[in-house]
Design a protein around this ligand. Structure first.
Ligand code: PEP
Ligand code: MN
Length: 336
């Protein structure tokens, strides 16, 4: 970091700053310029509370150079592939994750899984504990839903993913899912992240509606620093002043995340654009920008879906999108 001092500070302020840096084991220099005095500081800042320095008299501002995360960064590893077993991987080729917003029952999920697996989709999604804005909306089938998800996905040789909302359900998720999803609303639930970090199950972490890329990667660091290295990042749109779509589609962060981190990046067009009509084109754009996978809500009758029907695509639309994007992905991966 670089400390920029206020102009003409008393000598005792400078001495206090220097002795604090020395007592924290930092090495530094004091560079007196025409307008400002700068103190470039080197040392391990990962555990230092920057706020403590900011509050010291005589400091104008602090410029942080290193990022607050390391294990998720490119310096730690160049590229991660998350192996789900049976030849299913995320981070190698383009992965499709699809299914209904919520598991609605065994027959309806069977119909959806049969269709998706017929197209070669290997990962089935389905919410079981739903975080709904209204307490009167469908809340999900809970444990029963997880059992249905496991049962149906195994029947079609698929892997499955569902969102955890409560740390008390962790054992159930370990038993019934192949990937634990942490939703946008829980991206900053650090106690939940720490517990999931202690297990070895792959985890798909969604970006919060109001998180910066640094916040997002810091949450992924929570998982990795506890020992879980099987982390998948998922962009799902952010909240801005613009309300023309459900969220603001933020696909520009895909290449940025892939530059900053070795973790695979999946994109969710359904929750970001929020309207089935625009899901395929948004998904195409995300693939062009380098997404390693897509998570799309699909249902045979979106109008009757128990949640998120408006943004859920039907079988016909999924099939067309899948065909076009598979060709697009092959084209993008052609060696020139
Ligand atoms: C979901 O994928 O079902 C979901 C609720 O997504 P998000 O957390 O991105 O809103
Ligand atoms: Mn949904």
């Amino acid at each position: 970091m670089i400390i920029v001092l206020k102009k003409n500070i008393p000598e005792e302020n400078l001495e206090q700053i220097k002795s604090t840096l020395i007592s924290n084991g930092m090495s530094f220099d004091v560079l007196t310029g025409v307008n400002y005095t700068l103190i470039p500081v080197a040392g391990d800042l990962t555990t230092s509370d920057m706020g403590r320095f900011k509050a010291m008299p005589g400091i104008h501002k602090i410029i942080r150079i290193s990022k607050p995360y390391f294990m998720v960064s490119k310096e730690f590893c160049d590229k991660s592939v998350i192996d789900l077993g049976d030849g299913v991987k995320i981070g190698e080729g383009l992965s499709f994750i699809s299914g209904p917003c919520s598991v609605e029952g065994p027959d309806s999920l069977d119909k959806i899984a049969k269709f998706l697996s017929g197209l070669g989709v290997k990962i089935l999604r389905g919410g079981t504990y739903k975080l709904r804005t209204s307490p009167y909306s469908f809340q999900g089938l809970g444990e029963q839903g997880l059992k249905i998800l496991k049962d149906v996905s195994s029947r079609y040789g698929m892997k499955c993913i569902s969102e955890i909302v409560d740390v008390r359900h962790l054992d159930l998720f370990l038993e019934y899912t192949d990937i634990i999803q942490v939703g946008a609303r829980n991206m900053m639930n650090f106690s939940l992240l720490k517990e999931i970090g202690k297990v070895k199950k792959p985890v798909l972490l969604k970006r919060s509606l109001s998180a910066t890329v640094d916040d997002f990667l810091s949450s992924a660091e929570y998982l990795m620093s506890e020992g879980n290295e099987k982390v998948i990042l998922c962009e799902r749109g952010i909240q801005t002043f613009d309300d023309i779509t459900r969220s603001t589609v933020n696909i520009a962060s895909i290449p940025v995340l892939k530059d900053l981190s070795h973790l695979p990046v999946v994109f969710d067009p359904s929750h970001s654009i929020g309207a089935s009509k625009y899901v395929p084109v948004t998904a195409e754009a995300a693939v062009i920008l380098g997404a390693d996978g897509l998570m799309v809500e699909t249902h045979y009758n979106p109008t009757n879906a128990l949640s998120d029907g408006f943004q859920t695509i039907n079988f016909d639309s999924f099939e067309k999108m899948h065909k076009k994007i598979s060709r697009l992905s092959a084209f993008l991966n052609e060696k020139d």
